[in-house]
Write a protein that binds this ligand. Structure first.
Ligand code: MD6
Ligand code: FE
Length: 217
C-alpha cells in the first residue's frame, strides 16, 4: 500500500478512492515517477513507433498506440488480439521497462490485487480530440487478473460503467499521475475516454499518454 500521509493532507480527496467493487482510483499514485516513466516511454517509442490502428470494422482509431513487453495489443481487419511481434516491423515488441513493471505491481497491490505480473503494456497517445468509445477489455486469457491504467500529461474524462453497456458510466477526471486499477467483479466493466481537450501540459505537451498494463497470455 502506498501511503504518503503528506499527500492526504495536501489534497482534499483520499489517495485511494473506490469506484466500484474491485475498481480503485489511486490519485497521484505515479506522479513522483512520471518523468522517469515518460523518458522510458520515449525509449520504447523509438523502437516501436506510435501508429493509428484500424478497427475490425475498418475505422482508423483516433488514439495512436504502441506496446512493450512480451505481448502487444493489436487491431486490424481480422480482429483484436495480442501479438508477440510488432506487425509494422515483424520484430518482438520492446522490453517492458523496469519502471513500468514495478509501478504496475505496486499499483495493483495498493488496490488489493497480489501477484500481478503484467506481460503486456499498451501505450496510448491521445492528441486533442482523440477518444476511446465504451468497450470491455476481453482479449486477455485470464480475467482473474486486473488491469492497471496510468494517466500522464493532459487530463481526460474516463468513463467507467458496469457490466452492461446500457449502464450509465461514472465520469472520472483523470489527471497527470493518476492510476486506475480494475479487476475482480469489475474486470469486465465497460470503460472509455471522452475526447481530450486542447491544452498543453508541461510534461507531455499537447497530448495525454496512457499506459495500460495487462496479463494477456
Ligand atoms: C485509456 N485504454 O487509454 C484506456 N482498452 O485510458 C483502454 O481502455 C484500452 O487503449 C483496450 C484496448 C486499447 C485501449
Ligand atoms: Fe480498455
Amino acid at each position: 500500500m502506498h501511503a504518503p500521509a503528506a499527500q492526504d493532507s495536501l489534497f482534499e480527496h483520499p489517495a485511494r478512492e473506490a469506484i466500484a467493487p474491485g475498481a480503485w482510483w489511486l490519485h497521484g499514485f505515479a506522479r513522483g515517477e512520471a518523468a522517469r516513466l515518460l523518458t522510458d516511454v520515449q525509449q520504447v517509442l523509438a523502437e516501436a513507433p506510435l501508429r493509428h490502428l484500424v478497427t475490425p470494422g475498418g475505422y482508423r482509431m483516433s488514439v495512436a498506440m504502441s506496446n512493450c513487453g512480451p505481448l502487444g495489443w493489436v487491431s486490424d481487419g481480422r480482429g483484436y488480439r495480442y501479438s508477440p511481434t510488432d506487425p509494422d516491423s515483424g520484430r518482438p515488441w520492446p522490453a517492458m521497462p523496469t519502471s513500468f513493471r514495478e509501478l504496475a505491481t505496486r499499483a495493483s497491490q495498493a488496490a488489493g490485487f497480489e501477484g500481478f505480473m503484467p506481460d503486456a503494456c499498451l501505450i496510448n497517445r491521445y492528441e486533442p480530440g482523440a477518444r476511446l468509445t465504451l468497450h470491455q477489455d476481453r482479449d486477455e486469457q485470464d480475467h482473474g487478473q486486473p488491469i492497471v491504467s496510468v494517466s500522464l500529461g493532459l487530463p481526460a474524462v474516463f468513463l467507467f460503467g458496469g457490466l452492461k453497456r446500457s449502464e450509465r458510466p461514472r465520469r472520472l477526471s483523470l489527471v497527470h499521475g493518476d492510476v486506475v486499477v480494475w479487476g475482480g467483479p469489475s474486470r469486465l466493466a465497460y470503460h472509455g475516454v471522452l475526447p481530450v481537450g486542447d491544452a498543453a501540459h508541461p510534461a507531455t505537451g499537447r497530448c495525454r499518454i496512457n499506459l495500460t498494463f495487462r496479463r494477456a497470455g
